[in-house]
Each structure stands twice: as C-alpha cells, then as structure tokens.
Design a protein. Structure first.
Length: 458
C-alpha cells in the first residue's frame, strides 16, 4: 500500500476477514455473477502468498517473486514478458521489542517503521512523553524532548473510501522527523490502522533533509490505548525499546512488465498496474497480491473473445512500499506513449465506486464506463481519478487518462501492513466481482480508437 500523503486511495479495496467485509457493509451490492470457469485471479494471489510469502522490497524473496511472476505471465500467454531491474535504498528488519518499565511493567506489541534508526543491540530506555496528536508534538518547544522518547497518538477511524489514511498517516510519515527535530531519543506511534487486535502496523517513514534518523516504531492499537491510560495517571512513564533494523543502499529490485498485444500495435497501450512487493509481517495478500491478481485476470478476460484493439500492458511493480520506486523506474524506462493507466492496490473487497479523468472530448467514453458499471451496482464518484503510486509517475509525465476503481475500504486498515495480511482474508466472490468490473472497463478502453491526453485537475 503506498505511503505518500495522497496514497492510491481512489483505487483501494478492502479485504474482509473470515466474514466478507462487503457482507457486513450497507447497502448490499447486487449479487456477484457466478464464478467463472477460470481461476486465474485466485491462482495468482494464492501462489504469491503460498509459494513466495513475504516479499520485502530489496529482499531475496522479492527476487523470487519476480521470477515467479515472469514465469506465471508467460504461462498465461502474455508476450514481451520482461524483468526490468533497478536498485533501491532498502530496509532490513532486525529485532523489534518494547515494554513499559514503569509505573507498571507491561510488554508491548511493536514493529519498526521502514527506515527507522537503530538502537544498540541491548536497546534503550527513557521517559515517555505523550502527545495526543501530531499537532501537539509540533507545538512542543525546541529541545524539550532531549533524552526522552516521544509517543504520538491519533484517532483514525474506518471509512468506506479509506480517507483517514491520508491525514492520520502523517503521524507515521512525518512524526518521527518532528520528534527528532525536538531532540527525542526515539519515537513510538499508535499504529496507523483501524483494528482492535494486538497487531502493530508497519510502514515507511520519511526523514527530513538533514535529520538524523532515530529509532521509530509503532505499537498495536490496544497497546496505544494502554499508554494513553497510563499517561492520564500523572505518573512518569518509562519505556524500554529495541529496534535493530538497518537501512541499506543499493539493494536489487525490479518490475515485471508483460503485454497482451492488441490488433493495432501503432496505438498506445492501456497500462494496468499493481505492486509485487509487500511488507514482511504478513504475506501480502491484500497488499498487493490481490491487485496483481485482479488486473492480470481482467486483462486476459477482456481478450477472451478476441484481441482488443489496443495492447493491454500489465505492470507488476517492485518496491512500492518503501517509496514507489517501481513506478518511478517504469516511467523512466518507458517514455513511449501510453493511452490510459489504472491501478489496483487496496485489497480485494468489492468495487463500489468509479472515478475517471478524461479529456473533455472523451466524455462519451467516460459515460460508457459509468453506464456499464452501473449495471453492477457500481456508482460514479464525484471526485477526479488520480491513479496510484505505481502508475502516477507515467500518468504525470504523459498526462494520461485515468480510471480509478474504488473498492470498499471499511475493513482494509484492520489488516494493512500487519501480520494479518494473509490469504484467508480474501473473499473469492469479492475477488471475482473486482475482476468482472475491471473486465468491463478494459473491454471499453482497450477498444477505444482514440483516447486524448487528460490534464490533471488544478
């Protein structure tokens, strides 16, 4: 899942737990079409999570995932299948431990954030200073946290469109830099998530220019509640913290790119993207093996009755989680014209909304997409499509048309970047609804004889 201020929320989808999230949401969507004879989508999400597992960017597992993906796409009949390597600044996890040492000894469930600074192997201990919000931390006097450990709380809540992730995610993305600038020895945050399980949520943080990284971790939501209650007692709270991971330059990563050729190779292709890497706590089922499964299966199904007019290109991007490196590398390597880009990176719960960005001349094309999806109970959103981390660089460079398939995000952040991101959270019926909706859209845009450039919204 992407980690910038405006993540790929427009194309996010929620992944249900044992009971489908879509079954718990209201209003109910129309009954999904019967499962098709092919099992491409399920085979991909199951294969990546079972045969590869965790796929941390820059790791040996991510390299195996690229090889697996290349072989899979070739076996499915894709052409021009290529692994396009690049190197990244990566993060390698070490030992993650934390505990309250006073006033009441308590163990904490903690995970290091990507690019965290490291503690000594024996860990550190210090007084914890509670901040209810990132704004409160920013208001702290300069130097007031010297030798202390900052704790940053927040109040993220579940939302169908996942809109809380942007503002509350700033606690993770920006909070550690602010704490370091105030002199903190280390920083701990409430996990950026909406669950009540004792699972911490990892994710990347960004260090400001000239800021030396300090140890930075996230505790589970129940443990954050505990810290808040202890802070209200008015007694000093101390915490012992061990985070020994390290940032490493020049790690190998790469994209997997493949085509389903169209009838007219002179026309710019339609690009559909996802990301192949995952965080290392779970097996990356909702984030983002399901996205790769959806776009790939839909591309194949769009050509089931014959070649589309345009080529459909699939991008399984590498190293999205650590900073969107795969999308940037693709845009640099592929300056050839594209027609339109789409991305799936919000799990596998049902598509409920579609948003588009086309040139005014292509309004009939946008209207045809809305009409086709309307028969599936998918509504037109009021916002403008923006794409996602893996396709945004090429969208920006070429001013591409965009379609965003908005999935139900009500329960997505219960699982996002946690040990619970596993295959059992994928509802096969909801996964199929995604593929069916994407197939409808690809059948329209990949057969459009003309698609104009679309300027981004001001």
């Amino acid at each position: 899942m992407r980690n910038i201020v405006r993540p790929a929320l427009a194309v996010f989808a929620a992944a249900p737990a044992v009971l489908s999230a879509s079954a718990m949401a209201a209003p109910a969507m129309p009954v999904a079409p019967a499962a098709p004879a092919d099992t491409v989508a399920w085979d991909i999400v199951s294969g990546l999570t079972t045969e590869i597992g965790q796929r941390l960017a820059g790791s040996e597992a991510e390299a195996r995932a690229r090889a697996w993906g290349s072989q899979k796409l070739q076996a499915l009949g894709f052409r021009n299948v290529k692994v396009e390597p690049f190197t990244i600044r990566g993060y390698q996890r070490g030992v993650d431990k934390a505990r309250i040492t006073s006033p009441v000894p308590q163990m904490l469930a903690v995970t290091a954030l990507g690019y965290s600074g490291a503690t000594p192997d024996k860990g550190i201990e210090g007084e914890l200073v509670y901040f209810p919000t990132l704004a409160a931390l920013k208001a702290a006097p300069a130097g007031s946290l010297a030798g202390k450990i900052a704790f940053i709380d927040h109040a993220m809540r579940a939302a169908q469109d996942g809109s809380g992730y942007g503002p509350y995610g700033q606690v993770r993305r920006e909070g550690p830099t602010v704490a370091a600038q105030k002199g903190a020895l280390a920083v701990v945050i409430r996990s950026v998530g909406t669950d009540s399980h004792r699972n911490p949520h990892t994710g990347v943080t960004s260090w400001g220019a000239g800021v030396k990284p300090i140890p930075a971790g996230a505790v589970s939501n129940p443990d954050a509640d505990l810290i808040g209650r202890l802070a209200k007692l008015g007694k000093p709270v101390t915490i012992a913290l061990t985070l020994t991971g390290k940032t490493v330059e020049g790690l190998p990563s790469g994209n997997v790119v493949a085509d389903l050729p169209g009838r007219d190779p002179s026309l710019p292709p339609v690009l559909v993207g996802c990301h192949l890497d995952s965080w290392d706590l779970g097996t990356g089922a909702i984030d983002d093996a399901s996205g790769c499964a959806i776009v790939t299966a839909a591309a194949l199904r769009a050509q089931a009755a014959g070649q589309t007019l345009r080529t459909i290109r699939v991008l399984w991007a590498g190293s999205e989680e650590l900073g969107g490196f795969g999308g940037e590398a693709y845009a640099k390597a592929h300056a050839e014209p594209h027609a339109l880009a789409m991305e799936s990176d919000f799990g596998a719960d049902r598509v409920w909304r579609v948003q588009t960005r086309f040139a005014p001349a292509d309004k009939p094309l946008a209207d045809s997409i809305v009409a086709a999806l309307g028969t599936m109970g998918i509504v037109a959103g009021r916002g403008t499509a923006g794409g996602g981390t893996d396709v945004e660089p090429v969208i920006a460079a070429q001013k591409l048309a965009v379609v965003d398939m908005g999935q139900d995000g009500t329960h997505y952040f219960d699982l996002h970047h946690t040990p619970d991101d596993t295959l059992d959270k994928i509802d096969p019926a909801a996964l199929e609804q995604n593929v069916a909706a994407w197939t409808q859209v690809l059948g329209i845009v990949a057969n459009a004889p003309a698609i104009a450039s679309a300027n981004p919204p001001e």
